[in-house]
Design a protein around this ligand. Sequence first.
Ligand SMILES: [Ca+2]
Length: 500
Amino acid sequence: MLRLTFVRIFLAISLLSTVGAAWGVGAEEAPAGIKARPNMLFFIADNWAFPHAGILGDKTAETPAFDRLAREGVLFTHVFNASPICSPTRASILTGRPPHQLGEAGNLWGGFPGSLKVFTRMLEDAGYEVGFCGKPWAPGRYKPYGWSMNPVGREYKSFTDFLAVRDPAKPFFFWIGNVDTALRDAFQGWNYDEESVKGIDASGIVVPPQLPDTPEIRRDIQAYYGGVRKMDRALAGSVGALDQARLLDETVVVCTSDNGWQMPRGLANCYDAGSRVPLAVRWGSHLKAGRRVDDFISGTDFTATFLELAGLSPTAEMTSRSFVDLLLGRQGGKARDAAFIERERHANVRRGNLSYPMRAIRTERFLYIRNLRPDRWPAGDPQVYFDVGDYGDVDASAAKNFLQANIGKPGFQRYDRMIFEKRPEEELYDLVTDPAQVVNVAGQERYAAAQQDLRNRLDRWMRETSDPRIDPSCDPWDHYPYYAPGVLNGKKAAEPYAPR
Ligand SMILES: [Ca+2]
């Protein structure tokens, strides 16, 4: 049965005859030992940050399933998503383009323009069966924009449901959007119940220097690690389902996250805590087991990678670069030496519906951030405006409550400055001396040349990718609708709030 399926797929591939071109060889000499058009399982966590996995050296993180993928496949250590925010990152993964090219999809809770081309649809058009369960492109609206279903594809109740009903003659791409590492919503913390955190030693947690080391903060991080453990168990279940269906070794299994953790100065910030994510890929015997790749990967690169695996090429407008060469350990891969990170409006937490635009470049040595509207509040206005409360771009949690209760108190000013207060136009962090990115060295004489070089690189990238922000007066993201369920001024609005 399986053999027959393989023959059918092989015939279909020969007919399409696109595979050879994508692999860089003639179709008839199909790559030795490489199965063309493999199944792909994309497991994407929500707000799970680097390096919170056992195999990355984190002693508190219990991630045996992720560690197994890395041990039996490839572990990537420098993966940065294009944005530190859910919807724009997910949109950039689907389109292979930076969020600033995606109009409303560059904001959280925006719309997904019908004109955008997504790789999942391209795979479907090329004969793949595509589906998802859990969190797809979200949050935001797609129906009024010409999409009959989520831009990821058709929704299934679970991965096992999908496996049971899929057409075995077709290869598949399946997206699992796990949310165990996210806060339950913007108003509650992680799960603190006994079962969720059982066995996770809060005293063993390493509190990063951007947060005060107090029992309140440790408790929040402990609960987050409970989420990490739960997420990893879900991953184990998905890999087990593949194994049970005898599909594991012929399926490319990818596990990553959409952005960094939801602790203050993480999510919605261009620091590593907001944008750097774990990534491991397993593909049976096709990948040499236990390799570690330190080249830079942008989250936008998944697009071209999945397309290449399916024998397709990215469109001309995609900035995505395939990392199939890096996966296979081939020479001549077009490895990046930097990643670009950006954000626009996260929650609608500034008077006048204003965004807080940032653009950043992360190299091995430096992180350079440009705050394009430094007169605005990076974490949201300090006065209560929406139900999300003060500084609404920092999601509500026990850690935030604690920090807010201590604003202005002795010993807390440095955290106020790092998390809540306005920021200078330029930030520069030297990762050799300051890996946590807490000491801004922008403007210091000894860094003048590096700062100028990074400034130029960022400008060049903005110009080359037609970033509307290259025009200093341009603010389109302030005017796009904000579709979060009504939480304006303490009232549950019947309709989502849209800026006037
Ligand atoms: Ca997220």
